[in-house]
Ligand binder design. Structure first.
Ligand SMILES: [Zn+2]
Ligand SMILES: [Zn+2]
Length: 98
């Protein structure tokens, strides 16, 4: 079971359907949220437990910079926004998936 997140910033930036956790039918697949250190783009990355590890380096599809994995308790924190670059992006849980 996992969470569905929505990222929102006062500047108008919004990203929905970000998944984190495991699906009930796919024990080997988990979803993690990553954010680019450079352009702050948010990416939903699918990890295959058989071949990937949480420490596998992930690179931004936009600028190729390295990405940081967001821990699941990031909800209360503010993150840099990909759009306006201010630390005003918030993640909130909008649902559960399984
Ligand atoms: Zn980037
Ligand atoms: Zn913004």
């Amino acid at each position: 079971m996992g969470n569905i997140y929505q990222a929102k910033c006062p500047c108008g930036f919004k990203q929905i359907d970000l998944l984190q956790g495991y699906g009930i039918n796919s024990r080997d697949i988990s979803y993690e949220l990553y954010q680019c250190e450079n352009c702050h783009m948010l990416v939903n990355y699918e990890l295959n437990q058989q071949v990937d590890s949480l420490f596998k380096p992930v690179h931004c599809p936009e600028c190729k910079a390295s990405m940081i994995r967001l821990p699941s308790e990031t909800v209360q924190h503010q993150h840099p926004c990909p759009e306006c670059k201010k630390e005003t992006l918030t993640l909130s849980i909008v649902g559960l998936w399984d």
